[in-house]
Design a protein around this ligand. Structure first.
Ligand SMILES: *Cc1c(COP(=O)(O)O)cnc(C)c1O
Length: 415
């Protein structure tokens, strides 16, 4: 009885310290990985709640365990808010993360071995969009579309051509490293014309869609998956949204198809995040994410960085560092030394390997959540340039780190 009432610091000072160190890192560096974000205190509170104690296999009103009145209230509110955010007919809020959500959607809509048309991984697609090491590439026959070599935009004529030739059962849109807006209506028209189901994985851009900064998937797309922890600024997790026609199949694929009991603390936190995203302030946030990305892109172009597609419409920028004689891996490590966190990334038509590719991917969702605006983007671009220009000069990089720490300390996120 004593142990159960102890604080983390009392019970486990090691983990307490590791988390304290991580909080310090988050507060005093610039988190510029485009798939990351900072959740609010309210979301953290729900996530650390007693929701974690409860088993509730099934769905609201149809559980396999007793005592679920409060959990039903939480899940129903999460569902209602998710539907409202995405203009969806149906929402399942139980998927544990983005990859399981994609697996559940495929299981709901396809037979093993069926054909899917998705985005080429090397051009910005995700592992679950058909990579051979992933379940998706093992269980389904993928064909892939990419971006054009000259302007790095999705080639919708090519998508149509492959779709007509391959006759996939599912056409998948969505990406992890595509800096331009995606035309879901066009994807859906191609799918309709070849008798395929249209699915969009909007994990990266969900926050931009629900704020009307990018166009919505519905009423076009049949099934939409998204993580909740990227631009949507919720806890780690995912949801599946769909037209009523697919509701039953999706729910069955999530439970009992693949998962057991839902993570009710996470679902409570999802509900809180969706409530935040429904407020007008969230729209301002999403607008600012893109404004910041555009200023950062323009500044980097002025420093002669080569941006894939020449700029950005969303929260991310993909840079080809070839002209700087720096690899993605070197850039990631040097920027890390200056407390700027980014990730190395393949660029379309990359001649290097995924372990040391030609590019880096940077994003503005997390730094925008802290309150950084256009003026700070000018500084951030200068810092990135200074590090890349002085890639072998540790002294200069540590000078940049001092400036990054100073800037960050004016925008402390967690006290
Ligand atoms: C992040 C991401 C996922 C995977 O999400 P996890 O929660 O890491 O499993 C799936 N699809 C896309 C497009 C993503 O960006």
């Amino acid at each position: 009885m004593i142990m159960i009432k102890n604080t983390l610091k009392e019970t486990d000072p090691q983990i307490y310290d590791f988390l304290k160190n991580e909080k310090h890192r988050q507060n005093f560096g610039l988190e510029m990985i485009p798939s990351e974000n900072f959740v609010s205190k309210a979301v953290l509170e729900a996530l650390g709640s007693i929701g974690t104690n409860k088993y509730s296999e099934g769905y609201p009103g149809k559980r396999y365990y007793g005592g679920n009145k409060n959990i039903d209230d939480i899940e129903l509110l999460a569902i209602e808010r998710a539907k409202k955010l995405f203009n969806a007919e149906h929402a399942n809020v139980q998927p544990l993360s983005g990859s399981p959500a994609n697996m559940q959607a495929y299981f709901a809509l396809l037979e093993l071995g069926d054909k899917i048309l998705g985005m080429n991984l090397a051009h910005g697609g995700h592992l679950t969009h058909g990579h051979p090491v992933n379940f998706s590439g093992k269980f389904y026959k993928f064909s892939q579309y990419g971006v054009r070599e000259d302007d790095h935009r999705i080639d919708y004529d090519e998508v149509r051509k492959i779709a007509e030739k391959e006759k996939p059962k599912l056409i998948l849109s969505g990406a992890t490293a595509y800096p331009r807006e995606i035309d879901f209506k066009e994807f859906d028209e191609i799918a309709k014309d070849v008798g395929a189901i249209s699915m969009a994985d909007v994990s990266h851009i969900a926050g931009l869609i629900v704020s009307d900064v990018h166009k919505h998937c519905f009423p076009y797309t049949d099934v939409v998956t998204t993580t909740t922890h990227k631009t949507l600024r919720g806890p780690r997790g995912a949801i599946i949204l769909c037209k009523e026609k697919y509701a039953k199949a999706i729910d069955k694929a999530v439970f009992p198809g693949m998962q057991g009991g839902p993570h009710n603390h996470t679902n409570a936190a999802k509900a809180v995040a969706f409530g935040e995203a429904l407020r007008p302030e969230f729209k301002n946030y999403a607008v600012q994410i893109v404004k910041n990305a555009k200023v950062l892109a323009d500044e980097l172009i002025d420093y002669d960085f080569k941006l894939i597609s020449g700029g950005t419409d969303n929260h991310l920028i993909l840079i080809d560092l070839t002209n700087k004689n720096v690899t993605g891996k070197q850039a990631e490590a040097a920027l890390d030394e200056a407390n700027i966190t980014v990730n190395k990334n393949m660029v379309p038509f990359d001649k290097r390997s995924p372990f040391d590719p030609s590019g880096i991917r940077i994003g503005t969702p997390a730094i925008t959540a802290r309150g950084l605006k256009e003026q700070e983007m000018v500084d951030v671009a200068a810092y990135i340039n200074e590090v890349i220009e002085n890639i072998d000069n540790r002294e200069k990089i540590l000078k940049v780190k001092e400036k990054v720490v100073e800037l960050s300390s004016r925008f402390i996120i967690y006290d």
